[in-house]
Design a protein around this ligand. Structure first.
Ligand code: GMT
Length: 375
């Protein structure tokens, strides 16, 4: 198949899923064309089946806001026509699904029908999409997609709840490439961070409000009262400086390291004992799956798609959003006994294996075939 992929080329979860999916499809012999405004992170190598088409937005003094959606739709028309694509797969509804709809209508005037698959990732539904600024366009463009997927049953349920959706939604969960995400021998790194054998807690995110990163610091401060431990904060974003200040206020700065954006995240996960994800909402929790693949159990909130990934009492624990005390208590329970910690680590890895790339890739391939045949 010739597949066009539209995504945000950034470190966000939807961009990571789109890029890893494109790479896997290319490895499986499909021709994959990425159409976006920047070379996606993790796509910095040559493959004969991978192509990148940049969307450049011409600026003009009249524009306070450059019309990216129009530029993207025009580029889609161009790429679909000249590369003879079979299907367009857009990740994150805003504004990709409506740009794809616009392109589809224009392509009809050339006698071309391009089927569009839209994958809903999370905040495009639960936060941004349902805001009335975007809702009518999001509803329309989901309904006009030839196929719609969501990354969890919970996100599917939310989509039907928040929008008037007429088509079916297929759930295809996030996946993990275990050749990359696995326990790496990084003992020297562990010693450097925790020289006295302290336990290592980790959080990775883009530090947006929805991640409740201050809760991470508060949970850690409580754990540290009982168990000698260190906290690694990986990533960057709007909430980082508030977290740094909170670390100072709670007196845990000495034991907390902010590492910023990191490429080799699997190496940092490999030295960690427990992953903290106290998000306000989380449609799947790809970062938690990455941790589990590196044998790191998860303390998470009990929200969105997280219960579909994190198994209560087996791979970690789930508590209500904002229940800092409860999350700290369960963290201590896991960390205070080495045998128990090892059992949770083994279970986390076993659970991650259920989401291995090779199991999820055929679900997308079969869905493309179904959508193309239907249209
Ligand atoms: O929240 C992020 O880290 C980015 C966001 C996105 O859409 O780029 O991630 C969402 O998509 C991921 C991939 O499908 C999911 O694993 C995340 O749970 C989801 N984030 C939220 O729902 C907050």
């Amino acid at each position: 198949m010739k597949i066009g992929i539209v995504c945000y080329p950034t470190f966000g979860g939807s961009g990571v899923v789109a890029t890893e999916l494109g790479k896997a499809l290319a490895d499986n012999g499909h021709q994959v064309h990425f159409i976006t405004y920047n070379q996606p992170a993790r796509l910095d190598f040559f493959s004969e089946n991978l192509f990148y088409h940049e969307v450049s937005v011409a600026n003009y003094p009249l524009f306070d806001y450059a019309p990216y959606e129009v530029a993207l739709a025009s580029r889609l028309v161009d790429v679909v026509r000249f590369e003879k694509l079979d299907v367009l797969h857009v990740h994150y509804a805003i504004p990709h699904a409506s740009a794809a709809f616009m392109a589809k209508q224009i392509l009809l005037t050339y006698g071309i029908y391009i089927p569009v698959v839209t994958t809903l990732h999370g905040t495009d539904i639960t936060l941004v999409g349902k805001d009335r600024t975007y809702k009518p366009v999001v509803t329309f463009s989901i309904n006009k997609s030839d196929g719609v997927t969501a990354v969890s049953e919970n996100l599917k349920k939310d989509t039907f709840e928040f929008f008037d959706i007429e088509n079916d939604i297929k759930v295809i969960p996030n996946f993990i490439d275990l050749t990359r995400f696995s326990l790496k021998p990084k003992d020297h790194f562990k010693k450097a961070i925790a020289p006295n054998g302290e336990k290592i807690l980790i959080h990775t995110s883009n530090f947006r409000k929805v991640k409740r990163t201050e809760d991470v610091v508060r949970i850690f401060a409580k754990i540290r009262e009982k168990i000698p431990s260190k906290l690694l904060m990986v990533g960057d974003g709007g909430e980082r400086s508030a977290c740094e200040q909170l670390c100072r206020d709670l007196g845990v700065s000495e034991d907390t390291r902010f590492l910023g954006k990191q490429d080799a995240i699997e190496e940092i996960l490999s030295v960690s004992d427990l992953f903290l994800m106290p998000s306000q909402s989380e449609s799947f929790g790809l970062a938690a799956l990455e941790a589990m693949a590196c044998k790191v159990p998860v303390i998470s909130s009990n929200t969105g798609g997280l219960p579909e990934l994190n198994v209560e009492g087996v791979t970690g624990f789930l508590k209500d959003v904002g229940d800092v005390d409860g999350m700290a208590e369960k963290s201590i329970y896991i960390l205070e006994n080495d045998e128990r910690l090892e059992a949770f680590k083994e279970a986390a890895l076993a659970r991650a294996k259920e989401f291995e790339l090779s199991k999820i890739l055929p679900l997308y391939e079969n869905y493309y075939t179904e959508v193309i045949e239907k249209s």
